[in-house]
Design a protein around this ligand. Structure first.
Ligand SMILES: [Zn+2]
Length: 344
């Protein structure tokens, strides 16, 4: 049974034969941001899965669609939220993080909720507050190549246990952007999962396997078991272009761009990098091309990078994550995050 609220469609108990043969057909059937209710063996408990907050990140919704097609009854009630369906369906498909002129849904989970995306976010939060799920996972992809890792804004044993369903790498961030996990962190154990690159079939497998474990296990947080072996990375710094600056990705410096990053820069994601590692080339604005903001709002660009004969080098030991090689992504969101390494 489907019905509508303000911005969110509600679909109770979707049946295997109703969800379409392909994920694209599934999205067309949904038609807009949707909350799914899937009854479980134990109807007194529930868990929540959110995905497709970004239209170019398909692994989570592919996993939900495949899982609904198989029709395995989950251990507890499952709420599934599928977000930016119009952005995902815009040709050529799964190409737009958000539609041009629209807001990034995963930056709208805080006041003011004064946009169509904000209304959807507000309604999702109201429903989550009412549902009180045992845990919430928010499935994403990176736009460049990357291993799978998870992110939380609040560290605890439950966030580590949720991470271990997908990965053994957990990033804790104190950056505040208006994302879903910031809004739910005190009420519901929440992680965002970066399943890996959005064109990598391995990311789809990771999302599906993790979703299966998340929905089928009886206890997400069994007492008396040993702590999961999860590696923790603390407090990424967000590196973005200053307004009006441009980036290119190439094997040699591009004169028309204010900076050029290596065409294969996304291969660096999560590798330990040391001072002197070249990541690209810089134009006449030098390091003023970038802003590198930490959670306190300080610009850390001078600590992170050096310029040597026009080459841009890493200046301290650390890791890069969420590096894209898509200039549109880089200017609409950020270039990458840098995780300084404590043992430098
Ligand atoms: Zn995302």
């Amino acid at each position: 049974m489907k019905h509508y609220t303000n911005g969110l469609r509600i679909w109770d108990n979707p049946q295997t034969e109703e969800v379409g043969d392909t994920v694209e057909e599934f999205l067309r059937l949904l038609g807009g941001p949707t909350w799914l209710n899937i009854p479980g063996k134990d109807p007194t408990r529930s868990r929540a899965i959110v995905t497709l907050l970004h239209g170019n990140e398909p692994s989570g919704v592919r996993a939900i669609h495949r899982w609904l097609q198989i029709g395995i009854k989950p251990q507890v009630n499952i709420a599934g939220v599928i977000g930016a369906i119009d952005a995902a369906l815009a040709p050529p498909g799964f190409a737009f993080r958000t539609l041009p002129g629209r807001k990034d849904l995963n930056r709208c989970f805080r006041e003011p909720y004064d946009s169509p995306e904000g209304q959807v976010a507000k309604e999702v939060l109201q429903r989550l507050a009412h549902l009180k799920p045992e845990a919430l996972i928010d499935l994403h992809n990176t736009s460049g190549q990357s291993p799978c890792y998870t992110i939380t804004t609040k560290m605890g044993d439950k966030q580590k246990a949720l991470t271990s369903i997908f990965s053994n790498q957990l990033v804790i961030t104190d950056l505040r952007l208006g994302s879903l996990m910031e809004a739910t962190e005190t009420e519901i154990p929440t992680i965002a999962v970066e399943c890996g690159g959005n064109r990598d079939p391995q990311s789809d497998r990771i999302a599906f396997d993790g979703l299966t474990r998340f929905t089928q296990t009886d206890s997400l947080f069994p007492s008396g078991t040993s702590q999961p072996n999860v590696q923790i990375f603390e407090h990424p710094i967000r590196v973005e272009l200053r307004a009006g600056m441009t980036v290119a990705y190439a094997t040699t410096p591009v004169d028309e761009a204010d900076c050029t990053l290596r065409f294969d820069a996304d291969k660096l994601n999560f590798d330990m990098l040391h001072p002197g590692e070249p990541i690209g080339w810089i134009g006449p604005h030098q390091l003023d091309t970038f802003l590198a903001r930490d959670a306190k709002g300080n610009n850390r660009v001078q600590e992170l990078f050096t310029v040597v004969n026009g080459e841009l080098h890493i200046a301290q030991t650390g890791r890069i994550l969420m590096m894209t090689t898509d200039p549109m992504m880089a200017s609409s969101d950020c270039l990458f995050y840098f995780l300084p390494c404590a043992d430098r």
